[in-house]
Ligand binder design. Sequence first.
Ligand code: ADP
Length: 391
Amino acid sequence: MTGPKIGVVGGGQLARMMAPAATELGFDLTVLAEDSGVCARAVVAQAPIGDYRDYETLAAFAREVDVLTFDHEHVPTALLERLISEGINVQPRPSALVYAQDKIQMRKAVDRLGLPNPRWAEVRTLDELLAFGDSIGWPLVLKTPRGGYDGKGVMVLDSAQQAAQESASWFEQLPQRTDFSALLAEEKVPFSRELSALVARNDAGQVEPWAVAESIQVNSVCDEVMAPAPGISDRVAQKAQDAAVTVATELGVTGVMAVELFEVPGSDHGFLINEFAMRPHNSGHWTQDGSVTSQFEQHLRAVANYPLGSTAIKGEVALMKNFLGGTNDDIFGVYPALMKAYPAAKVHYYGKAVKPGRKIGHINLTGSRAELSDLRQQAAQAASLLTNGLA
Ligand code: ADP
C-alpha cells in the first residue's frame, strides 16, 4: 500500500517545508535538487541531483512520481508541455504557471478577468517608455517580465531624465534576450501597504482561501506577515479573497497561489494586483502554526487532487517574522536563550548556511488581537537573536 508519490522540482526551503506535511499524511516526497547542498535534501529520503532545464533529467525524475510540482517557478513551460504530452501529471500546469513566470502575460490576464491592475504598458524602446510616462505621469516602475525575484528586475524611475539615463541599458539588451522581447512599465502605485491573498485549488475545482494577510518588505525582501491584515475592512478582505479565487479558478491554477496586492484606500476595489506566485509563498508561512491546514499540507492535498483542508485561523491573529543571516553564525548557540525567553515562539530554521542577508528561517507566533504589538516585539527580538547573536 502506497500513498501518492510527489516529486518537487527544486530543493529550497519551500520543498523542505513540504516534508513534515508529507510525513504526516504518509505521502512520499522526492525532490529534484539543484546540488548536494540545497536545504531540502537533508529531510527527504530521495533527492537526486540534476538540472531541471535539461529535458531528459527532468523527465527521468518525473516518470518516477505520480505528480510533479515545484519549489520555484523557473521550469520552462515548453519542457512541462512536453512532459504532459508524455502523459506526466504536472501541477500546476504550464498553462497556469505562465502567469506567474511572465508579468506581461499576467497583466493581460488580470485585464481579461476584469480585476484591478495598475495602469501598465508593454514597452520595447525608450521612446515608448517616455511616451507612457508622459501620458500617465511620473514616477513609473519598469520591470523585466521574467526572471525577477525579491525586487531584482524592478526599477523605479522618477522622471523622463532618469528613465533615459538608467533604463537605456535594459532596452539595449532587449534584442539579445531570448526569454522576452518587451519590458513592463507600470504606474508607481501609491499604496498604503502590501497585502497577500493566499488560496489553494485542486484539480476537481475546490478552492479555499486563507485570511488576507499584510506583508511588510524590507529592502524588497519579505520581513513580517500578519494575518488577518490588521484593520482591513470586511469589504476589502472579501474582494481580495474573491479576486484570488477568481484567478485560481479562471486560470486553472492547482496547488497554492499567493496573489500579491497593493492596498489603495479609496480605489474601486481597495487594492490593485501586483503579481501571482504559484507555489507556497513567504506570505503564507504563518499558516504552519496559525491555520488548521498549513499552506504546505494544502499544496500537497491540492496537487494530489484530494479534498482541501480547513483554512480557519487558530486564535485571533497569526504573525510571521523572517530572520536573515547576519553576524551570528551559531544558530543553535542562541537557541537556549531564545527558547527560554520566548517559549511560545515557533522557530522554523531552514538548515541553511548563514550568509549575510540570506533568508534562513522564520519565527511564527499566534495570539489575541490585543496582544499583536507584544507578539510583534517578541518575534522581532527572537529574530534579532538569531541574526545578531547574544548581545
Ligand atoms: P519581484 O518579482 O521581484 O518580487 P515585484 O513585482 O513584486 O518583484 O516588485 C517588488 C517590489 O517593488 C514590490 O513588493 C513593491 O514594493 C515594489 N513595486 C513593484 N511594482 C510596483 C508598482 N507598480 N508600484 C509601486 N511599487 C511597486
